[in-house]
Design a protein around this ligand. Structure first.
Ligand code: SF4
Length: 363
């Protein structure tokens, strides 16, 4: 299958957040222009057919860290080379996305913004070591609305130590007030090497996380948001098409520092070293996916979706009947799964505990 999606990584950040383990570098330590030159060179080398892409996602890092001229260089290239794109997302942080950059995005076909909001409290934002404050987020969303750019996502984090139901209520209230069409709520994960990890900060325990998650689903559902993936909620019709590519286990191109892609049954990851990338080296690590692994990955990714996967699609891709081939495994988890309208899925109420269900299913 020919990839229809492209991920582009922009690694620069103004400040390093306390929980972050993404590939990033401090702004000012490397030249943006040199990075973009290498990125565009890598893109050229991919030889992506002119009319093949349907989605582009520029993530980071903080893509909005780029200056107006640098963004112009990148977006104009993409606009010119990939005119068939239908969903074009730019990740941004509120403090570095202003009206001029929003207008530029509109000019070059960017039709979706994903904003790192994270919390509705300046104290929590400080604890997270975020670079923005509430006023920046509100200003940024006001600018988006003023310019009729309504298709934007807000990312939030929950489960910080000491976070109460009141904080969660504030997050929900703010996310609804800002009238975004899509919300991502991620539970705090403490990853090795992050500031939180080094300070021995712990996330809330599983039971509290679960309560918060159930509360979120209820409140967002009442507000018209449908959960369509474990951590993602959208007003119907505003689901992220690009991210659905990942969850549907479809192929995609990826360029930039540390970027991971999936083409011709091979997963690859670019070098994590900025010094190497700046020298024009991608040093791609590749892994050919066996048909058994492909099947497992398909299940692991698709079962994150509330809709699960189409049994016909499984048959078409793997040339076998899922319900027959996995009969024994399905029996072990039958109370947690369902077959509905030709789709196999984890029952919505068990999606949060999907890991142990997957473990049984994939044994
Ligand atoms: S802005 Fe995003 S990528 Fe940069 S440090 Fe914070 S969480 Fe990480």
């Amino acid at each position: 299958m020919r990839p229809k999606s492209l991920y582009i990584h922009i690694p620069f950040c103004e400040k390093i957040c306390a929980y972050c383990d993404f590939a990033k570098v401090m702004n000012g330590t490397f030249s943006h222009m040199k990075y973009l030159a290498n990125l565009l060179k890598e893109l050229e080398e991919e030889e992506i057919p002119f009319d093949s892409l349907k989605t582009i996602y520029i993530g980071g890092g903080t893509p909005s860290c780029l200056t107006l001229d640098e963004l112009d260089l990148l977006l104009s290239y993409l606009y010119e080379h990939f005119p068939s794109v239908e969903e074009f997302t730019l990740e941004a942080n509120p403090e570095s996305l202003d009206k001029d950059k929003i207008r530029l995005c509109q000019m070059y076909g960017v039709n979706r913004i994903s904003l790192g909001a994270q919390a509705a409290s300046d104290d929590i934002l400080k604890t997270l070591n975020r670079n923005h404050r509430m006023k920046d987020l509100i200003r940024c969303c006001d600018d988006l609305h003023e310019l009729h750019f309504d298709n934007f996502n807000l990312d939030f984090i929950y489960g910080l130590p000491g976070m109460t139901k009141k904080d969660l209520d504030d997050d929900i209230e703010l996310s609804l007030k800002l009238k975004s069409k899509h919300l991502s709520y991620y539970s705090l994960q403490i990853e090795k090497g992050t500031m939180f990890y080094n300070k021995h900060i712990k996330a809330q325990d599983d039971e509290v996380m679960r309560e918060m998650y159930d509360y979120l689903i209820k409140k967002l559902h009442e507000a018209g948001f449908e959960r369509y993936e474990v951590s993602n909620f959208a007003i119907p019709g505003y689901e992220s098409r690009h991210n659905l590519t990942y969850w549907h286990d479809e192929p995609y191109y990826a360029v930039g520092l540390s970027a991971s892609g999936y083409i011709n049954q091979t997963r690859f990851t670019n070098t994590h070293s900025m010094t190497k990338y700046m020298k024009g080296l991608t040093d791609r690590a590749t892994e050919e996916i066996s048909s058994k692994s492909e099947e497992f990955e398909f299940l692991m990714l698709n079962l994150r979706l509330v809709s699960g996967f189409s049994l016909d699609k499984f048959k078409e891709r793997f040339h076998k009947d899922f319900l027959v081939s996995y009969q024994k495994e399905i029996k072990k988890v039958e109370e947690y799964v369902q077959v509905k309208d030709g789709y196999f899925a984890i029952k919505p109420e068990y999606l949060y505990t999907m890991d142990h269900i997957l473990l049984e299913l994939l044994k």
